[in-house]
Design a protein around this ligand. Sequence first.
Ligand code: AMP
Length: 116
Amino acid sequence: LNTNQTIFHKIINREVPADIIFEDSKVIAFRDISPISPEHILIVPKASISKLSDADIKDEALLGHMLLVAKDVAIKLGFADDGFRVVINSGEKAGQTVFQLHMHLLGGRDFSWPPG
Ligand code: AMP
């Protein structure tokens, strides 16, 4: 029994609905429920990893896969050429609120640097 069931696990298990853009055996990608840009997709591994700081060498291929899925989704949705941003918040001080590792894919507008 997994005692660390986040909302994202419930989306993976189809217990909670989501606007799913892409899925394979390792990850799922769906639209953020409260988007901060016209395009805002979350790329979430199916394996339980609470945050990036908990990942280790066995997750190396999975982490690379998440980046490739992000750019493939950006291409598929048509905003890759305009530019996009990927963000991982790791830990509460970084703004992480859901403690299942996820990558934000942001597009459809200009982004400033440094981020807030
Ligand atoms: P973070 O602050 O990096 O932990 O991001 C968590 C993200 O999950 C936020 O952008 C939320 O809007 C998003 N989120 C929370 N619940 C859901 C949900 N049920 N479906 C889609 N996105 C969600």
